[in-house]
Every structure is written in C-alpha cells, then in structure tokens.
Design a binder for this molecule. Sequence first.
Ligand code: 13P
Ligand code: SF4
Length: 311
Amino acid sequence: MLQDEIIKLKKEKDVVILAHNYQLPEVQDVADFIGDSLGLSRQAAKTPNKTILFCGVHFMAETAAIICPDKKVLIPDLGAGCSLADSITVEQLRDWKKQHPKALAVGYVNTSAEVKSELDYCCTSSNAVNVVKAIPPEQEILFLPDMFLGSYVAKMTGRKNMYIWAGECHVHAGIRSEEIHTLLDSYTNSELLVHPECSCTSQIMYDVAVGDYQGRQVQIMSTEGMMNYAKQSAGKNFVVATETGILYRMQQQNPEKTFIPASRSAVCQYMKMITLEKVHAALLDEKHEVRVSKPTADKARLAIERMLAIS
Ligand code: 13P
Ligand code: SF4
C-alpha cells in the first residue's frame, strides 16, 4: 500500500512529514505532526531529521526553509500556492513602507519569503493579537496582507494607528455570515468556531458586541486553536467556519461530537494539490526542494524569530 511505502521511505531517508490541518485525510494519516502555521513552524525549528517534507502550501514550506537553513525542505507540489500570500508583492510592500516611513510592518505568515524579508514582525492567526500588543501603543503599524485578520486584531487591541492591507483569502472570504446564521438556527445548541481570515469575522464581532449571540459560545481562533477548543469544550455540536479539511481530524479526535462546516464549498484547492501519490513521489526522488536565498532568509528569519519569542 502507498501509505506503508511512505512510512517505510520516511524512516529510511530520515524525513519528518509535517502536514497542515487542511490536508487531505490520507495525507494527514502519514504525517508525523499535524497543526497550524505556528505549530508547524515550531516543529520545523526543533526537528532532528535532516529532511522536512512539508505537506501544506508553498509559503509554509518556505517558512520552514527560512527557520532551518541546514535542512532540506521538500514540498510534494511546487504549485501549491495561496491566494492570500499572492495579494501582496515585495514591490508593493516597499512602496507602502515608503508612504509610512515611521510605521513597523507586521505581516501574516501567509506571505512570500521576499515579503517576509521586509517585515519587522511576522505573525500567524494564533498569535497576531499578542504580536501587535507587544508593540508600543504609540507606534504606527502596517498590517498585511489579510484585511479581516487585520480588522480583528485592531478591534482586539483597540489600536487606531494600524494601516491594513486590503488582501483576502478567497476560501475564507467566501464563508458568509448568512450561511452561518441559517446553520445556527437549525443547530440551536451549537457553538461557533471562526477563523479570523473569514469575511464574516468583522460581522460576528459586531454581533457579539450587540448581543446577537447571547448565550451562544463564539470563538475566533487559528485552526489549532479550534482543535484544542473542540477537545476541551463540553459542547456537543460545533459550526466550524474555516477550510473543511480540518473536520477530519476534529471528528477523529472527538467521535462523540458533531462538527458542521459553515460552508461545504470552503475548500482550498492549493492545499488539496498535495496528494498521497505526490507525497510518495517527493519522498522517492527527494524532490521538490524549496530554497530561499541566504540574504532573503537571513532578513526574513529576524521577523519570524521575533514572533516566536513573543508567542
Ligand atoms: P492557521 O495558521 O490558523 O492554520 O491558518 C493558516 C491558513 O492558511 C488559513 O487559511
Ligand atoms: Fe491560502 Fe486561503 Fe488556502 Fe489558507 S485557505 S492556504 S489562506 S488560499
């Protein structure tokens, strides 16, 4: 079986397989670690294996390559991109910084290595609020590239001096609050878990503030935050507003609970480009290596290390 072959090959070749929560079930099943962007960066940083096979999208593998310059980082498909990471180029960021010379640049991990090399701080969905809180309140901030995560962070920190880039993830932007309302009406006892990249996040924060969700638990968190919350909550039904790949592991870890996707069409086609066949081929031929040039990696690493030190 292909799965057995992969497990044998990764041992023989001293490879660790890291997989994001949105990966296909069969890919998650062969992984050594599954998690969110922050958790996988941390795993990459401490892995003893000489090669990392990253089952996720390109910016995640690049982040691992930046953190671990002495290791070989492979991705099963180099074409696995990210619409959010594509929403800002390094030239656009340089221009933006010129317009606000006193501001610090805080960028989501969903960015290219080149963009990261122009950042002061990196952040992920699980630590964006803490990273911004660690910056003196009078300091202007450029937050990029996700506008929904940006407005969530601005709201949670009460900052008025944050400029937010107008980027979005097409998968999360497509999850509508109307769909969520309909589901919550049919599952009256359900809790709601929302990823801060969702376009409905701003709407939900408003609703929470005016009391629309009175008596109903609402959590806005990263994918791994959702995993942990689902496990420890006494709730039985959860409406989950993020990419549907997360439901496999959630259901596996909590067989007695029910997880309802906020939108069945919230599927990231980039994440799904990583198939078991491509994982096998990548291991067999030790391809496709993700490389970041030393000058870019050295600059980008500073922003990532600042983030890791805070969270
Ligand atoms: P997490 O860091 O919450 O896993 O999110 C990564 C991502 O790409 C969400 O679309
Ligand atoms: Fe990028 Fe959105 Fe896919 Fe996450 S779900 S990898 S942000 S395109």
